[in-house]
Design a protein around this ligand. Structure first.
Ligand code: FEO
Length: 174
């Protein structure tokens, strides 16, 4: 059972996850426009992952008898200076999401909502992985700097990322 405070907070996080999906879809389009097909793939996979994050919360709230209230999602930026710029913004955004997840976890503990606390553990782990992925790509982009050949190689690596749906995407017990 979810209390009102928790339902509102989980709905708020749904908006954050949906915005994340929107942001990475925009970055995928911008990468394509820059001729960076690998980065376009990487951000498209990230978009799909964010939709999994969104759906997991959506299904959880419904399964607990809570009301899903979808909010307006603001438009993401559509112009980016470079791939480095996109990954710097990605890391900054994910650090914000990590803080949101931590705040939600604090609230779940405060409200003695152990079921939600367990669900949020999945997000805590996911955020560690997301920030690590972003830092890894950022390190390589900083290493190659303005070298076109280096950027070409990093882009080829980003092309290999594959979206793996979770065993039961959106299933709160998965
Ligand atoms: Fe759903 Fe990238 O955090």
């Amino acid at each position: 059972m979810l209390n009102k405070k928790m339902i509102a907070a989980l709905n708020g996080q749904m908006s954050n996850e949906f915005y994340s999906a929107y942001l990475y879809l925009s970055m995928s389009a911008a990468s394509t426009a820059m001729g960076l097909r690998g980065a376009a793939n990487w951000f498209m996979v990230q978009y799909q992952e964010e939709m999994v994050h969104f759906m997991k919360l959506y299904n959880y709230v419904i399964s607990q008898g809570g009301a899903v209230t979808l909010a307006t999602v603001k438009a993401p930026p559509s112009a980016f200076k470079s791939l480095l710029d996109m990954f710097e913004q990605t890391l900054k955004h994910e650090q914000f999401i990590t803080r949101c997840i931590n705040d939600l976890s604090d609230l779940a503990v405060k409200e003695k909502d152990h079921a939600t606390a367990v669900l949020l553990q999945w997000y805590v782990t996911e955020q560690v992985e997301e920030e690590a992925n972003d830092n890894d790509v950022l390190a390589r982009l900083r290493l190659v700097g303005k070298d076109g050949n280096g950027l070409f190689m990093v882009d080829n690596e980003l092309a290999t990322r594959v979206f793996t749906p979770p065993p039961a995407a959106g299933n709160p017990s998965a």
